[in-house]
Design a protein around this ligand. Sequence first.
Ligand code: ADP
Ligand code: MG
Length: 338
Amino acid sequence: MLVLGIESTAHTIGVGIASDKPPFVLSNVYRRYVPSSGGIHPRESSRFIAENAYDVLVEALARANLSIKDIDAIAVALGPGLGPCLRIGATLARFLALRYGKPLVPVNHAVAHIEIGMLTSGFRDPLVIYVSGGNTAIIAFLEGKYRVFGETIDISLGNLIDTFAREAGLAPPYIVNGRHVVELCASRGERLLSLPYSVKGQDVSYSGLLTAALNMVRNGERLEDVCLSLIETAYSMIVEVAERGLAHTRKKEVLLTGGVSASPLLESKAKLMAESHEALFHNVPREYAGDNGAMISWTGLLAYKHGVTINPLDARIEQRWRVDEVDIPWRNQAGRSS
Ligand SMILES: Nc1ncnc2c1ncn2[C@@H]1O[C@H](COP(=O)(O)OP(=O)(O)O)[C@@H](O)[C@H]1O
Ligand SMILES: [Mg+2]
């Protein structure tokens, strides 16, 4: 069985092809929109996605040495994400499904970030630390769904470091040689400054931290020290709620996934935490950390095997589609996939 998956929720147009036989991912082609100034502008990002979608699709098929006729189903991320961007992927997917007579499989982007990590880790029932530009949540599977055991109550972790970088004059670009510019700057930090550490029950709040860090920069504190203090505080907060989630759920595996999982510093903190509880740890490989089509195709394949399809004429985008709203029929109570 072969499933082609399309990702276009925010800044990336990605097309992946998944197979139900090893090596499972046959291709993973993506292009990312990088704003020349400021943050992601949905209209500009959606234009980038529209302009690049065809080439990415053709290249993904070519790399897997397949033609569209060989594909059994088309999967698409219908949300959560930015409306104008989601619409491009949804339109392309509806067209492919109707034109070539293929079933269409709706995929939730957050579930896809988790499932690609389930594939690469071989884990059965982890506590998931999902950190990206749109989301920050601690998640575990329970009774048919991925449940949220803690999340940000305002901005995401990726949004925090991206906005700080931009406002402090460090970005764009946000990523240089695979490292986030705030982390690169923090590596020259010498002093830890006191910033608001807001963990509220199982939730975190990052917006006060952002304001306080920017105020420090305006008040003349050394930028390198503010960067160091910011990431130390922000990463420790999410790892703390993950640790409590782990103690509470008694899971024996910890999975780190989403765009910010590409941070070596966050990885080392999460790994240390997992190991101190004798839990296994896995960080999703870099090529699957940021948004990509492979994770959509793989999740689409799991869903399609369990009969999840949608009439192309009913396939609408859902900008605020939460992870805990999605039925996961391919996992049983022990989290094992079938
Ligand atoms: N090496 C890195 N270190 C820390 N953060 C990173 C790194 N690479 C990407 N990110 C962050 O990941 C986020 C994007 O996550 P991603 O899952 O690709 O997108 P989205 O949040 O739109 O789903 C951005 O905030 C980006 O700054
Ligand atoms: Mg993402």
